[in-house]
Design a protein around this ligand. Structure first.
Ligand code: NAI
Ligand SMILES: NCC(=O)COP(=O)(O)O
Length: 327
């Protein structure tokens, strides 16, 4: 079986530390083979800083003894907690090369280490985050990218933000019946195809307090979300809602669903991080490749110290492994 690809992420962040730490425990954790896409000289320097003895560079078949690295050339200083846009080119190229190799089957799925969006924007990154960048990289020539869907997944709860990295004041204008239909179809399809859930149930949150209180505290529920839910049900998708987000996000209610669609980023991510910050995984649905990522960011305060928790990164590797082991 092909290895997993892991992109290095922001070099001044915690991602490289966790990759190296996890590799050093590959035998006891029974990790599937992976290849790191990033700058080899930088990874060697970070390993020395962390006191991790690792030989870099072998082929995929050498995973038991050496950490395979697809080297992306460029200047990448080992400065934990102090990012520079100068590394941006390597960060973006690492993701791009990993996607290309996954699309052509040389790797079977992609796990991304966290990027720092602000730093990458100053380096010329044109996308809100990985999610949209991956969709663009996966697009076939001459065609628009497919709609990528972000899911935060844990065995207790799966949440999907309908809108992702946009200013809050833009959210109401982006919540459309069409976007809810497209997003929910992708969620239902991928829950079946990638998570093996035969008849997924999907709960949909409202946008306004109390889901608009019958149209008196906002009209989106009546005019946009409820018609979308009715159309989804008509198509045979087991969608329900819109529900007030505050009452959808308590365990007895969310456990009725295999995934919950929220209207905006924090509505989806606050509950999942409250319940499972250490173990939740960010999964991109709707792409021709499997992509997972830890739910946390670059954690500059912990980078280079070896103190960060590896749990979410490990969960991301395990989920990518499971999702790509399906027949
Ligand atoms: N998949 C990705 O590429 C993601 C990237 N980010 C980016 O990360 C950057 C920093 O974001 P923040 O909001 O500061 O979130 P953060 O997750 O980097 O840090 C928030 C808090 O959680 C702690 N933390 C994070 N990871 C941890 C770990 N593995 N073990 C122990 N503690 C941990 C940090 O020390 C900090 O106190 C931003 O640019 C954001 O866009 C955020 C989430 C995901
Ligand atoms: N808050 C989630 C996050 O920032 C991850 O975004 P992406 O880089 O996976 O698109």
């Amino acid at each position: 079986m092909a290895p997993l690809a892991i992109s290095m992420g922001e070099p001044s962040g915690i991602g490289p530390d966790l990759i190296l730490k996890l590799y050093s425990q590959r035998a006891e954790l029974k990790l599937p083979p992976f290849v790191v896409y990033g700058n080899a000289a930088f990874l060697a320097a970070r390993a020395v800083r962390l006191g991790i003895a690792v030989t870099l560079g072998g082929t995929d078949a050498d995973f038991a003894t050496t950490l395979p690295v697809r080297d992306v050339e460029g200047m990448v200083p080992d400065n934990p907690g102090t990012p520079t846009p100068l590394s941006g080119h390597v960060v973006m190229e690492a993701i791009s090369a990993a996607v290309a190799d996954t699309l052509r089957g040389a790797c079977r799925g992609l796990v991304t280490a966290p990027i720092h969006k602000g730093v990458l924007y100053s380096a010329g990154f044109k996308y809100p985050g990985h999610t949209e960048y991956l969709a663009a990289l996966c697009a076939t020539p001459g065609n628009a990218p497919r709609l990528p869907v972000m899911m935060l997944a844990h065995e207790e709860l799966r949440t999907v933000p309908l809108t992702i990295h946009v200013p809050l004041h833009e959210v109401p204008g982006l919540v459309t019946t069409d976007l809810i239909l497209k997003t929910t179809r992708i969620v239902a399809h991928d829950l079946r195809a990638r998570f093996g859930i035969a008849e997924p149930r999907i709960g949909i949150a409202g946008l306004n307090p109390h889901a608009g209180e019958g149209g008196t505290i906002g009209r989106q529920e009546v005019e946009i979300i409820a018609p979308a839910v009715a159309a989804l049900v008509h198509e045979g998708i087991r969608a329900e809602g819109p529900f007030p987000a505050d009452t959808l996000f308590f365990p007895a209610h969310w456990r009725e669903y295999d995934a919950v669609i929220a209207m905006y980023h924090d509505q989806a991510l606050i509950p999942i991080k409250t319940v499972a910050f250490d173990e939740a995984v960010n999964v991109t649905l709707g792409l021709p490749i499997v992509r997972t990522s830890p739910d946390h960011g670059t954690a500059f305060d912990l980078a280079g110290t070896g103190k960060g928790s590896q749990s979410s990164f490990l969960a991301a590797i395990r989920l990518a492994d499971r999702m790509t082991s399906h027949p």
